[in-house]
Design a protein around this ligand. Structure first.
Ligand SMILES: Nc1ncnc2c1ncn2[C@@H]1O[C@H](COP(=O)(O)OP(=O)(O)O)[C@@H](O)[C@H]1O
Ligand SMILES: [Mg+2]
Length: 369
């Protein structure tokens, strides 16, 4: 099947009726198409095929008929071309991750067989026509909206601790999001390994990781972007070493991220992950930037103690977890918490603060670093 190379803005040619169907659906995650549209209206510069850590940018007018290709190492050339097959450029290899809308694969660039990338594949087509067809098409719309939102967001981000998007492709049957490859996988798995093998992550490593997280989230917040799903599964490990202190974390998964504006000072869509979501979201006040800070507080607690501050594994029901989060009272009697240093405990306490205005900001945390 022929595929068209697709830059983010072009993805906005959406099927009729799609806009109405996008906001809110079952399960934990919800995506707002409106957010994606807003993004594109406000930010005309997009990222596209990039090499050597440089981000090529161009405006609306040029992007529809151009393709950016590598000329020499580190330089770009824009050529007239608007159709490329994803398969002409990349070869998919083994699966490296599972997403709610599509699996992520290791991929190799066909041209020189050397550049290693990660590609998230969203399949839109229903495998067989069935009574489920309507449901499938609704699912396809949601996937497309998530893809649009994530592309629009990722294409404008350029930060060492944020996963880099190289390009994206769209066809009738599938969507491909080409990302820099993070070989070390999810931070979550690293933490699980550390807990099994060595009594958890060393506090000093937790500090290093946390600082990187702050830089990533601080970068987003400087542009009034709220991520809305900060958790260890969404920090990927880049680097190939056994020495955790040398690893670099990259924030990924921008399907839930949105830009806050004067017209939309808070994100009211009900999204996130149960035990990382801020109390104000459960109180139906929506999310402002401090919602990510709360989630960072949960992540820090998890890194330092190997447990979740508001739940005790499966023993704690969903309702009980939400109740505890809304009360702002987290577990402080566990052995894991008691062995955390005073500054470590102090930091968590300043992040897991019920009143948003009293929570530290990324800048404040950095200042006290
Ligand atoms: N750039 C990448 N490099 C390596 N693995 C990745 C990359 N992007 C995603 N993954 C893997 O795929 C998983 C799902 O991707 P993610 O973007 O988080 O999707 P979802 O929104 O469904 O959670 C990640 O948790 C991770 O394991
Ligand atoms: Mg994810």
């Amino acid at each position: 099947m022929r595929r068209f190379r697709q830059f983010p803005l072009r993805c906005l040619q959406l099927p009729a009726g799609m806009r109405d169907s996008m906001c809110g659906y079952g399960g934990e995650r919800k995506y707002g198409l409106v957010a994606a549209l807003e993004l594109v209206e406000q930010h005309r510069v997009i990222g596209c095929r990039t090499y050597s850590n440089r981000c090529a940018t161009m405006d609306h007018a040029t992007m529809f008929k151009t393709r950016v290709v590598r000329r020499d190492a580190g330089t770009m050339q824009i050529e007239d071309e608007d159709e490329v097959w994803f398969e002409e450029l990349y070869t998919l290899d083994k699966k490296v991750g599972e997403g709610s809308f599509g699996n992520v694969y290791k991929a190799i660039e066909s041209v020189d067989n050397a550049v290693l990338l990660a590609v998230q594949v969203f399949s839109l087509a229903s495998p067989i026509a069935s009574p489920q067809a309507k449901v499938d098409s609704e699912e396809a719309k949601r996937k497309l909206a998530s893809f649009i939102s994530e592309c629009a967001m990722l294409s404008r981000l350029d930060h060492p601790y944020v996963v880099r998007m190289h390009e994206s492709f769209q066809s009738a049957g599938s969507l491909h999001l080409v990302l820099e490859m993070c070989q070390g996988g999810e931070l979550y798995n690293l933490l699980v390994r550390k807990i099994k093998e060595e009594d958890g992550l060393e506090e000093v490593t937790g500090q290093i990781f946390f600082r990187q997280m702050l830089h990533a989230v601080g970068y987003l917040h400087a542009g009034r972007i709220v991520h809305r799903d900060v958790k260890p599964e969404n920090f990927l490990v880049s680097g190939d070493t056994d020495r955790p202190e040398e690893l670099v974390l990259k924030l990924c998964d921008f399907g839930t991220a949105t830009v806050l504006t004067q017209q939309k000072p808070r994100s009211m869509v009900n999204i996130g992950t149960l035990s990382y979501t801020a109390p104000e979201v459960y109180m139906r006040k929506g999310a402002d930037l401090p919602a990510d800070i709360w989630s960072l507080g949960v992540v820090l607690y998890v890194m330092l103690t190997g447990t979740n501050p508001f739940r005790n594994g499966k023993e704690t029901s969903k309702q009980e977890t939400v109740k505890r989060i809304k009360s702002g009272v987290f577990a402080t009697q566990r052995a894991g918490w008691l062995k955390v240093s005073e500054p470590g405990q102090d930091m968590v306490k300043k992040l897991l603060v019920l009143i948003e205005d009293k929570r530290l900001t990324c800048c404040e945390v950095g200042a006290g670093d």
